[in-house]
Design a protein around this ligand. Sequence first.
Ligand code: ATP
Ligand code: MG
Length: 292
Amino acid sequence: MDYRKQFFVHPGTKLSLAGIDPAQTGDQASGEAALPEIQRHVARMAELQALLYADGKQSLLVVLQALDAAGKDGVIRHLFSGMNPQGTSVAGFKQPSADEAAHDFLWRAHQRTPARGEVVVFNRSHYEDVLVVRVHNLVPQAVWSQRYALINDFEKLLVQNGTRVLKFFLHISPEEQLARFKQRLDDPARNWKISETDYSERTLWSDYVAAYEEALRKTSSQNAPWYVIPANHKWFRNLAISQIIADSMEDMNLKVPPPRVDLDAIARKYHAAAAEQKKAGGKASARPAVKE
Ligand code: ATP
Ligand code: MG
């Protein structure tokens, strides 16, 4: 199953989240059976990240958006833990600070976009400015309705600068969300994650759905695609996202860069004596080469 094809939001077409079953698991029978495949994709992601870093020409931005408890944190923990922390980071976007609020809405996002060679995951993102901001009327409609075009221009700028942009909406049902809130309430290790606003936001579910539908429809493109990921089953969410990221990174044509120095000349200069000594049974005097 090619999840990039299956879950891509086609630009401009009508998107109805109600028509996408958040509990679907495609042709996969169980989480246990899917585990080896998930592990394979996670390993590919890690390998490709090392190449991206070595190559140093392109970058990857992964945007995660969802309603509460849909699993953004789980995606980060499960799928990005194999990547080298050098060159990988997560940027979380909560209520803007006074300084952030005093700037345009893209300012704080732009500061955290990946440099060449880097992978950055946005845990929430600049999309909050057409989601929570719209649902709670934090700015007038005349302001937020202009933002889709601004977001498209912003992402176009990133893409033209060598950034691959992948955006995931984790799609859960209200029933699944309530069940997860209850787990957070019952499990002392997870109590810290629950707040009363989580419950009050549920009453705005249909407003959020409408805001997401419009945002996804207006800002999905071949270059900066949105994927709606059925996320009631955590393992299926992980399977779909890891496959999409690994496949997309493979398309980036990443290569180990050519050496910047004359390897033969260096080997002759610094290792010839050591090689001679070794041949003669003596102890090498040159420092051994370290594989970084
Ligand atoms: P969890 O899912 O674990 O609860 P979270 O991402 O919801 O994590 P919280 O601290 O609970 O983290 O919530 C952050 C809040 O900040 C969210 O309610 C989000 O909508 C809000 N937020 C983010 N960006 C903006 C913005 N630009 N304007 C207003 N609110 C924002
Ligand atoms: Mg929250």
